[in-house]
Design a protein around this ligand. Structure first.
Ligand SMILES: C[S@@+](CC[C@H](N)C(=O)[O-])C[C@H]1O[C@@H](n2cnc3c(N)ncnc32)[C@H](O)[C@@H]1O
Length: 206
């Protein structure tokens, strides 16, 4: 179960005020594990510092945010960086901070798409794209994947945590469609017209 945190932690109060001043009084929208991608109006959180990252830290614990203080969470290709016994707790923490009717929009590597492509094309391109999707880019210590997902397993986990209305989302219908992040990962690389979408894009409502 998500832990309770109904008040702003005193040590975070200044940081919280800064975010309020920057993003206004409406419920926050969070971009978790944003990497180099910036979406206007979103609070950006990542382990790696970048000019647009508001909070440099792990998205595992969102202690800065009280219960139900967030209206929308977007996280693309970050959940798979948590292990099989950890990722549910992370989703529980994201559930905690979301307000009632708040939306969690997720993108993760689609293991079913990887398996299909493997059986259809085998090692045709040396599988470099598939290795990255399954194992991570492995360019630095953060760049390793620890979990795989398909639509059924992730849907069941989201429902178990308490989310409802789980459905696929279409990146072309979003306000961040011009942000070319991993939710738009295709193989062959960048072939968004004829390629295969390798990202499992699911959203759910609290
Ligand atoms: C594959 S990149 C995805 C970047 C971007 N969201 C996209 O889709 O293009 C994964 C990102 O997750 C971040 N990350 C990994 N583990 C994290 C954690 N525990 N807390 C915060 N960020 C994390 C990494 O620093 C990296 O920026």
């Amino acid at each position: 179960m998500p832990s309770k945190n109904s008040q702003i932690d005193l040590q975070h109060i200044d940081q919280y005020r800064v975010l309020r001043a920057k993003y206004g009084p409406q419920p926050f929208r969070l971009h978790l594990g944003c990497g180099g991608k910036w979406i206007p109006g979103f609070v950006h959180i990542d382990l790696e510092a970048q000019p647009h990252v508001d909070i440099v830290g792990s998205v595992e614990h969102l202690t800065l945010f009280p219960d139900e203080s967030v209206g929308f969470i977007y996280s693309s290709h970050t959940l798979e960086h948590f292990g099989r016994f950890v990722y549910e707790k992370v989703l529980g923490e994201w559930f905690r901070v979301l307000q009632h009717d708040g939306v969690l929009r997720l993108a993760v590597p689609d293991f079913a798409a990887c398996a299909n492509l493997y059986y259809e094309q085998g090692l045709e391109d040396g599988l470099s794209g598939l290795v990255g999707l399954v194992c991570g880019g492995q360019r630095n210590r953060l760049d390793y994947h620890k979990m795989i997902f398909d639509e059924l397993s992730l849907t069941q986990t989201l429902l178990k945590i308490g989310f409802s209305k789980v459905r696929r989302w279409d990146w072309q219908q979003t306000e961040h469609k011009t942000v070319d992040d991993y939710s738009q990962a295709y193989l062959p690389h960048m072939d968004k017209k004829r390629g295969c979408l390798m990202s499992l894009n699911l959203e759910a409502v609290k």
